[in-house]
Design a binder for this molecule. Structure first.
Ligand SMILES: Nc1ncnc2c1ncn2[C@@H]1O[C@H](COP(=O)(O)OP(=O)(O)OP(=O)(O)O)[C@@H](O)[C@H]1O
Ligand SMILES: [Mg+2]
Length: 461
């Protein structure tokens, strides 16, 4: 731990500047009808009396949904994206573009900023249509093409409904797009998740669209945090998508400090952020892949911890508390956004892993998944789809899978859970679909039960 990059931040935190609290007139609360002590009203009164000590502006500025006006340390990438898309302003068709980079490296933010800058160009931008799709929210190729097509539907009755054949959806999407004319820039954010879920068929269709269009030209802008995802693409799709490529490197700690200082200056009152707080948030996030989202979330949570403590300053201790809260929140959030079958699969993995306390084999996981799906009244997915979901869970960092040799039994994947089991179960059970599954018995109970049923073998090894 002696080379711990947090140490410097820690030391700096010890010499925290004294805060300059801002005086607020107390809010007078009627006393004759005062509710009994310890009621929620007491808490509200005291919060109102104290006034907003830490925040000077809109606290949403620290949230993911806020689009910052400046993106420090991304000037080069903004320029690169702008240069690639600039021909569109003159009516020329830009190259397709693939943007790579680890999570929280500003990919979505940079593309959103360039898009906003293009759209500010008034008349020039009129011939351009941006469509932004987060592929993480798109379940099937059908819904992706339906979404794209419906962007151009002039009336409600022109919209693509559900229940058509995929071919019909594709041809109607093309027709609707061609009526619009000009250049369509399709941003496929988290494109790797689309491929993991549904293969590359829909990307093939999209990359071929221009051959069928007369008045419109489609440009694909893919964004991915999986650097290797193009390896699994059909060679034609890969080369079309890869016409231009930009890599977003992770932020280092000083860069994250600049990003945080920028936001902190906008959102907090002067003097409320102790020395060392920004450095600590940046150092933690730099250790976690240089993720700006993580750095900002730490700062926001640290401020919330400080408020809850009724502290007039945000201290390094609040950052430490924020870090452990965030780790739990991340698991919950990650599980919440999984598609239903993927949640059932994760549940099956946890069950098997808790039972064995060591790597579990994919065959056992698949059996467990099938049983759970049937119990929930779901039609179990085929092994190939489950294999894709396993890759997705691995990409999300929830599990790790390694290939192990089983001697003459061939090779198999062994899965290890990479998150705290006890916190992940409730996160999955939050979904009403899975709520019917009881929390599995504790490990001791499970072992006893196995002794009680010696005939029932555990997962094969
Ligand atoms: N250079 C920067 N300056 C200010 N804020 C930034 C910067 N880079 C990223 N952010 C902020 O960090 C958060 C994460 O950024 P963004 O969503 O663009 O990352 P990403 O690379 O798309 O990540 P993912 O791969 O997980 O989708 C956002 O809130 C964004 O506003
Ligand atoms: Mg993104």
């Amino acid at each position: 731990m002696d080379s711990d990059p947090l140490r410097a931040a820690n030391d700096a935190a010890g010499s925290g500047r004294s805060a300059a609290p801002v005086a607020h007139p107390p809010v007078v609360v009627g006393s004759s009808t005062a509710p009994s002590r310890n009621s929620a009203s007491d808490v509200f009164d005291s919060v109102l009396r104290e006034g907003p000590e830490l925040f000077k502006g809109n606290r949403e500025i620290l949230r993911e949904t806020h689009v910052p006006s400046r993106l420090p340390h991304r000037e080069h990438q903004i320029r690169q994206v702008a240069e690639i898309l600039a021909p569109a302003l003159k009516g020329n068709v830009p190259s397709n573009l693939l943007i790579y980079g680890k999570i929280g490296t500003g990919k979505t933010a940079v593309v959103a900023q360039v898009r906003a800058d293009v759209q500010r160009r008034g008349d020039l931008a009129k011939k351009l249509t941006f469509i932004a799709v987060n592929c993480g929210n798109v379940e099937t190729p059908y819904s992706l093409m339906q979404t794209i097509g419906n962007t151009f539907a002039p009336t409600e009755s022109d919209r693509i409904p559900t229940g058509w054949s995929l071919d019909r959806v594709a041809s109607t999407m093309r027709e609707l797009m061609d009526v619009k004319g000009g250049i369509v820039l399709l941003i496929l954010d988290e494109i790797d998740r689309l491929v993991a879920r549904s293969g590359d068929g829909v990307l093939y269709t999209l990359s071929e669209v221009n051959n069928e269009l007369k008045h419109t030209r489609l440009v694909l802008i893919g964004i991915s945090n999986d650097l290797k995802f193009t390896n699994n693409l059909d060679a034609r799709v890969r080369s079309r998508l890869n016409e231009e490529k930009i890599l977003f490197p992770p932020y280092d700690a000083p860069q994250l400090q600049d990003i945080l200082r920028d936001r902190a200056g906008e959102v907090f009152r002067e003097g409320v952020v102790d020395a060392g707080v920004i450095e600590r948030c940046a150092a933690y996030a730099a250790l976690e892949n240089g993720d700006a989202r993580r750095a900002l979330a730490l700062l926001r949570l640290a401020a919330e911890m400080a408020e809850r403590d009724r502290s007039k300053r945000i201290t390094a201790d609040h950052v430490v508390k924020a870090k452990s809260r965030l780790e739990q929140d991340i698991i919950v959030e990650c599980c919440r956004t999984l598609p239903p079958h993927c949640k059932v699969l994760m549940y099956a993995i946890l069950q098997a892993y808790e039972r064995r306390r060591e790597g579990v084999q994919t065959g056992d996981v698949y059996d467990g998944y099938t049983r759970l799906a049937q119990r929930l009244g779901l039609q179990p997915l085929h092994a190939r789809s489950i294999s894709n979901y396993l890759s997705e869970l691995e990409n999300l960092g929830l599990i790790r899978a390694t290939i192990v040799s089983r001697g003459r039994g061939g090779r198999t994947r062994e899965i290890v859970v990479d998150v705290p089991v006890s916190e992940t179960f409730p996160a999955l059970l939050d979904d009403p679909l899975l709520a019917a599954l009881a929390r599995p018995r504790s490990l001791n109970q499970t072992i006893l039960t196995n002794f009680d049923n010696p005939g029932r073998t555990g997962p094969s090894s």
